[in-house]
Design a protein around this ligand. Structure first.
Ligand code: MN
Length: 286
């Protein structure tokens, strides 16, 4: 299935796509929540209800004008650094022997077409296209061979990164440099694994003002999806709705000569095969 959350006059609503059009799920089945994370928490029953509703519900006349992040309030936003070999090389860093993990706060989450506000305190805001895993069933100490059973779906993600904060502040401020409000756009859709096919073989690219800046495939991931889930769950309990940003391919702005950083008026598009296009414009901080 392909889910979106969208803004209606009455607040956030949940819809799923049938062919080219969206069906508002709660309008068909009042027991379906309007929040996708809450639906995922219902497990198999939620999935069955959603499938039945999208099959029989009337499609909306138009695609909703304002699409929200598919997960609005994740408990955790976990990010993997240096997970593509050639990105580690362009960053001048050694190939990791274990996943490099950092995080963003949930206040960084934003959605498709929501503007990215450049903080006044940074002059080196960079882009990073990433495949994002959405956790369904939670768990701790998840064995590698069971990791797939914990995935609710996937979405496109943009790990916006203030390089001056991340790398130049004393000691480096990875967390702060990555977690300014709005620095984690995700969406537009959450696509379930049965609909997506093999998440380990997806073309991933990023365009800045129409020009391709990153272009790779998720088969280049150093640590594949199952390994990331299993590894992180050795440390902390994964919960429904948690997000895992899986790392970015080469071509980031900071590694270019001369460097390229985001400016007001820019438009950034993250496109992942069969997941769609996540588009965000860039503005100065209001
Ligand atoms: Mn990243």
């Amino acid at each position: 299935m392909r889910f979106i959350q969208y803004q209606s006059e009455a607040g956030p609503r949940l819809a799923a796509r049938r062919d080219g059009r969206y069906v508002d799920l709660q309008a068909v089945d009042p027991r379906i929540p309007t929040d996708l994370r809450k639906l995922l928490e219902m497990g198999e029953e939620g999935g069955n209800r959603a499938r039945a509703a999208v099959d029989r519900g009337p499609p909306m006349q138009e695609t909703p004008a304002r699409i929200l992040a598919p997960i609005l309030q994740p408990e955790k936003v976990i990010c993997i650094g240096l997970n593509y070999a050639d990105h580690a090389a362009e960053s001048g860093l050694a190939l990791p022997t274990e996943p490099v993990v950092f995080c963003k706060f949930p206040t960084a989450i934003s959605g498709h077409e929501a503007p990215i506000a450049l903080p006044a305190v940074s002059s080196k805001v960079d882009y990073e296209a990433e495949l994002v895993i959405v956790i369904g069933r939670g768990g701790r100490h998840i064995p590698l061979e069971q990791a797939r059973e914990h995935i609710a779906g996937y979405t496109c993600g943009h790990d916006v990164s203030a390089r001056d904060w991340q790398l130049e502040k004393s000691g480096g401020q990875w967390l702060l440099g990555k977690t300014f409000d709005g620095f984690a756009p995700i969406g537009p859709e959450l696509v379930t694994p049965d609909e997506l096919g093999d998440a380990g073989q997806l073309d991933i690219c990023l365009r800045l003002n129409g020009q391709t800046m990153q272009n790779s495939n998720t088969r280049q991931l150093i640590f594949p999806i199952e390994r990331l889930i299993s590894y992180i769950s050795t440390v902390c309990t994964l919960r429904c709705g948690d997000l895992i940003f899986t790392g970015t391919p080469p071509g980031v702005g900071a590694a270019r000569k001369p460097p390229v950083f985001l400016r007001p008026g820019d438009v950034v598009e993250v496109e992942i095969q069969n997941l769609g296009v996540l588009r965000n414009s860039v503005i100065a901080e209001p």
